[in-house]
Design a protein around this ligand. Structure first.
Ligand code: ZN
Length: 132
């Protein structure tokens, strides 16, 4: 039962990004929150069974702030929903995958999340998400 949970998009300012996603495309904001742990402000917009996750850095030194400085706005990560994040991490580790998070942490919306290093996944930062 894996699904694409959301696609994370790095943006300098949520308001700027909303002119396309909300105003032009017509998506609606489900929730907005600050995830201080990751130095980011997040706006979640449902699209079908998935979400677009807009990410605005709270400071330049946050992971998204550094991403923007290096590459500019764009797709930051792809998030895959799993039923059991501990089991998924154990399986990836067994297969030799390079993990950023060996153990899950608390993400937006109170989900458990863990990131997989892009060097193990074709240059794409992957996030595992287990919804409670
Ligand atoms: Zn995400």
């Amino acid at each position: 039962m894996m699904k694409v949970d959301h696609i994370g998009i790095a943006t300098r300012q949520l308001d700027e990004a909303l002119t396309i996603w909300r105003d032009a495309l017509g998506l609606e904001i489900d929730s907005t929150e600050e995830v201080t742990d990751q130095g980011v402000r997040v706006a979640m917009m449902p699209i079908g069974e998935s979400h677009i996750e807009l990410l605005e850095p709270l400071n330049e030194n946050s992971p998204v702030g550094k991403f923007l400085e290096k590459r500019g706005p764009g797709i930051h990560h792809v998030a895959i929903r799993v039923a059991d994040i501990h089991a998924a991490l154990a399986q990836l580790k067994e297969k030799g995958t390079r993990l950023i998070d060996e153990t899950p942490r608390l993400g937006a919306g109170g989900c458990l999340v863990a990131f997989i290093h892009p060097s193990s996944s074709n240059g794409v930062l992957l996030e595992l998400v287990q919804r409670q």
